[in-house]
Write a protein that binds this ligand. Structure first.
Ligand code: GLU
Length: 291
C-alpha cells in the first residue's frame, strides 16, 4: 500500500485571502480527500511585524465558507521557533551558515557598484560580503551588531551533490539552488526565514504533497537542498498556474487583489466559488496564467 496523502494549505496572515489562495486551498484539500488522506492548515506567521490575528480568523472563516474542512489542530509557525532554532544549530554546526551584518542599503550599494551583479529568481543575489569577514572581526561584530544568518550556498551544494525533486506537472526537476545565492535562513527581525520554516514544518507534519502556486516553483530548489542538509523527507510538489486579472496582472495582496468577500453568495458561503475553481472556471475578469 502506498503512503497516505497528507497535504496542507499554509497561508501567511498578512492580509485576506484572494482567488489564488482559494485555488491552492481547494486543490490541496481535494488532493488529500480524493485519496482518503489528511488536509492540514498551517498559519505562517513568523513575520510578527506583518502578521495580524484578525487575518488568521478571517482566513479560517474563508476556508470554512469554501467548504474545506481540515484535520487536526491548526499549526502556527510563531509557536514553532524551537524547531527552527534546532535546524539552524544543525546547519551552523555543519559549518554552512555565516552571520550577515549587511543592511538592505549596504547590499543595494554593493550590487549597484558591481558591473555584473548576478540575479536570482527574487532579484539581485547577495554579493557575499559577510562570507569573507575575517574570523576576529566576525566574532566581534557577532557580539555587538544585529545580524541575519545566511546559508553558504556553494558550500551547501558541494556538500550534498546533485539533487532532484518531482513536480506533478513539470516532472523530475534537477534542483538548482545556486542561482538563489546565499539565502537568509534566520532574519534580523525574525528567528527563521520562509525557506527554513516551510521546509522544517512540511517534514514535521508529514506532508507528502505540497500544493502551491507557480510563483513558489523556484523556491523549491532551496527547499530541496535544505531537506538534504537536514535529513528530511522529500514531498511531491504540485505547482499550479497563478490566477491573473483580465489585464494579465498577478493577484497580490499589496496590489489590492479582491478578497474572497466579493464572491460570497447571499448566505455568505463560498461553495459556488469552490465548485467553479474545481471545474477550472474562473469568475468573470480572471484567468489562469499560461506561463
Ligand atoms: N506562506 C506562503 C504564502 O502565503 C505559502 C507557503 C507555501 O505554500 O509553501 O505565500
Amino acid at each position: 500500500m502506498s503512503e497516505p496523502i497528507v497535504s496542507r494549505f499554509a497561508p501567511s496572515p498578512t492580509g485576506r485571502l484572494h482567488l489564488g489562495h482559494a485555488l491552492s486551498a481547494v486543490r490541496a484539500h481535494d488532493l488529500a480527500r480524493a485519496a482518503g488522506g489528511r488536509f492540514l492548515v498551517r498559519i505562517e506567521d513568523i513575520d510578527a511585524t506583518r502578521s495580524r490575528p484578525e487575518h488568521v480568523d478571517a482566513i479560517l472563516a474563508d476556508l470554512a465558507a469554501l467548504g474545506l474542512g481540515w484535520d487536526g489542530p491548526v499549526w502556527h509557525q510563531s509557536r514553532r521557533l524551537d524547531a527552527y532554532a534546532a535546524a539552524l544549530d544543525q546547519l551552523r554546526d555543519a559549518g554552512l551558515l555565516y552571520p550577515c551584518f549587511c543592511t538592505r542599503a549596504d547590499i543595494a550599494r554593493e550590487v549597484a557598484a558591481s558591473l555584473s551583479a548576478p540575479h536570482g529568481p527574487d532579484g539581485p543575489v547577495y554579493p557575499g560580503t559577510c562570507r569573507a569577514l575575517p574570523p576576529g572581526l566576525r566574532a566581534e561584530r557577532l557580539a555587538r551588531d544585529p545580524h541575519s544568518w545566511r546559508l553558504d550556498m556553494a558550500a551547501a551544494v558541494a556538500r550534498v551533490g546533485p539533487l532532484d525533486w518531482h513536480d506533478a506537472t513539470a516532472g523530475t526537476i534537477r534542483a538548482d539552488p545556486l542561482g538563489h545565492g546565499d539565502v537568509v535562513l534566520a532574519r534580523k527581525d525574525a528567528p527563521a526565514s520562509y525557506h527554513l520554516a516551510v521546509t522544517v514544518d512540511d517534514a514535521a507534519q508529514g506532508v507528502s504533497d505540497v500544493v502551491r502556486g507557480r510563483d513558489l516553483f523556484a523556491a523549491t530548489h532551496v527547499h530541496r537542498l535544505l531537506q538534504a542538509l537536514l535529513g528530511l523527507a522529500v514531498p511531491r510538489y504540485h505547482h499550479h498556474p497563478l490566477i491573473v486579472s483580465a489585464d494579465g496582472r498577478r493577484l497580490a495582496k499589496r496590489d489590492g487583489a479582491p478578497t474572497l468577500d466579493r464572491f460570497r453568495d447571499a448566505d455568505g458561503r463560498l461553495d459556488d466559488l469552490a465548485q467553479k475553481l474545481r471545474a477550472g472556471r474562473l469568475p468573470l475578469g480572471f484567468a489562469l496564467a499560461t506561463a
